[in-house]
Design a protein around this ligand. Structure first.
Ligand SMILES: *Cc1c(COP(=O)(O)O)cnc(C)c1O
Length: 349
């Protein structure tokens, strides 16, 4: 089931809607969601709230929009958010916290397992002093994209939540791939989200829906978030045609994420045996494999990706000598075998 005849491992965002999703989209009963009258969106929001153990959900256009709406709801202008220096919200969201929200991002180092050290968070939290912005929010990312799709455990998340709450701050989880984390840990998503005040997750990545994310939190939080979503142009009318695919995603695409994880593991273990390539197997916990070109190879990551693409395998350079491969439902176990052969051949040429 490859995409356009490529074994496309660049990202799980490349997944296209499944036939069951197309069907559900065609049949979806819709209404004006700004009036709260789209039954399909309401159903998706309820399912999302239930999955994350929160009171309410809010359908948004993207993970970036969900994170921004969350930040705008938690923080006032001039307040501060603590997050990892490798966080998607810090690196890949066009500076939205500062540009749109006037919210000051305060980074602490991400550890190789995707965590932030509790001591680092604690020292980053501001004391009450006229010189400082007020710390209002802490955010965690689960799974952690830049650190290799690594998983944060419920116990760790609880510790960070306790620290936040003891300091009059809230905890938001950027859970773009929280379902991957839950499947990898063998727990329910709500166990990972229970300690947090808010959570966003993406329907459009490994879950294969075409568009959309859901922000979840308390009734009061989501009521305020709805207004902020409207403010930034995210009130979407008959978007039930999109939510319909999201419902199929939650019903049919969660448990199978384990296959993607098995494929990523198989790919990583094979790469570990290819002379010229190195991979840190301990960080391969879900559907991502980051690997490096050894200095002995006389070409860089761009060149290796070009060579692979000629043989119909697409990979994403993520540094001059670093490459990312992401498994998803449109890549089979057999195609992973092919990708392994192609990589093996490409480093030899
Ligand atoms: C993809 C991603 C997002 C943003 O999602 P978009 O739908 O692409 O805006 C946020 N956080 C993480 C960790 C992601 O991987």
């Amino acid at each position: 089931m490859s995409l356009n005849n490529y074994i496309d491992l660049r990202s799980d965002t490349l997944t296209i809607p499944t036939p069951a999703m197309r069907e559900a989209m065609a049949r979806a009963i819709v209404g004006d969601d700004v009036f709260g009258e789209d039954p399909t969106i309401n159903q998706l929001q309820e399912m999302a709230a239930q999955a994350t153990g929160k009171e309410a959900g809010l359908f948004v256009a993207s993970g970036t929009m969900g994170n921004l709406v969350s930040m705008l709801t938690h923080c006032q202008r001039g307040e501060e958010m603590i997050l990892g220096d490798q966080a998607h919200m810090f690196i890949y969201e066009a500076g939205s916290s500062a540009a749109v929200g006037g919210i000051h991002p305060h980074t602490v180092p991400n550890q190789p397992d995707g965590t932030l050290k509790l001591g680092d968070i604690e020292s980053a939290i501001r004391t009450d002093n006229d010189h400082f912005p007020t710390t209002r929010l802490i955010t965690l990312e689960n799974t952690h994209n830049r650190m290799g799709g690594t998983v944060l455990t419920a116990g760790y998340i609880q510790q960070v939540a306790d620290l936040a709450h003891a300091n009059h701050a809230s905890l938001h989880i950027d859970g773009a791939r929280i379902f991957n984390a839950a499947v990898a840990l063998g727990v329910k998503v709500k166990q990972l989200t229970a300690p947090a005040d808010s959570i966003t997750f993406c329907l459009s990545k490994g879950l294969s829906a075409p568009v959309g994310s859901v922000l979840c939190g308390s009734h009061d939080f989501i009521r305020l978030a709805r207004r902020r979503r409207k403010m930034i142009g995210g009130g979407m009318r008959q978007a039930g045609v999109l939510a319909a695919a999201g419902i199929v995603a939650l019903e049919q695409m969660v448990d199978r994420l384990a296959e993607d994880h098995a494929n990523a593991r198989k790919l990583a273990e094979a790469i570990a045996h290819i002379v010229g390539l190195s991979v840190n197997l301990t960080s391969v916990q879900t559907n991502m494999v980051y690997f490096d070109l050894d200095s002995t190879l006389p070409f860089n990551a761009d060149e290796l990706c070009r060579r692979a693409q000629k043989q119909r395998v697409r990979l994403m350079p993520s540094g001059t000598r670093r490459i990312r491969a992401v498994t998803h439902c449109w890549v089979t176990s057999k195609e992973i075998d092919t990708a392994i052969q192609v990589l093996d051949a490409c480093v030899k040429v």
